[in-house]
Design a protein. Sequence first.
Length: 295
Amino acid sequence: MSWKDFSKLIKFRLTFLVVFSASISFIIAVKANGGNTWGSLYSTTMWINWLKLVAGGFLVTGAANCFNEIIEVDYDRLMKRTMDRPMPAGRMTTGQGLVLGLGMGIAGTYLLGSLNILTGLLSVFSILLYAFAYTPLKRKSPIAVFVGAIPGALPALIGYVAGQPHGRIDQIALILFSIQFIWQFVHFWAIAWVLDDDYKLAGFRLLPSQKRDRTSAVITVIFAVILVPVSLLPTIYGYGGYYVGGVSLICSLIFLYQSVGLLRTLQIPEARKLMFGSFFYLPVVQLMFLFDFIG
């Protein structure tokens, strides 16, 4: 298999963003355990664990995407953006994809489970929810987006739990999860608006009202509004300073402005602006939380 095919199979760009999110949360957890210094980041053990997280997260996410494409292979053949993936294009059989997906899933879960049991369990839960709940729901109801937002936000939680010596979910972990969870809705509905014509070819129902209309745009704006206070939780609860609060507020207001632009015009170009804005929003907010973290 060529690297190009493998990249399409595991959705490399999506997988990279997932691993990046988990990595930032992991380092935040290390800072939380080491007080307000960076001393623990010089530990060899810490960086070995970070590499386990990156490799394990990459494999687990790749496995989930692989299972997703096995289930949707017939639908992927119908959409322009997916018809050239290796399975719908006939360059890989679903049996080969299943073997590869199982191999990546087992190896990734082993690596993550070696950090602590909860990290391993969360990774298995993420695969199951994404591949076997979210994936079949996409053709049945827009509720799929709500279900998919859970595994979509789990990388932030998994990364933080992986950075804890004994693996635990605390208030910081829930804040990281909440920001990524609410962000998912605006992010995904912007993508669904842009790709709605393609999605309809496969019968996917992903916009809130199942079509590009004012109702879908209003609901997108509502979640962008919710994201404003949620993004300020690190500062509100004293885990972040004014820098992360200020940057998060500015980013959230820009995000909200872009979503209002979609509501105002109901046009694909505005949805595309919102979509690209979402790509920048999450890493900027997460990086600011990391740099301005107050242990």
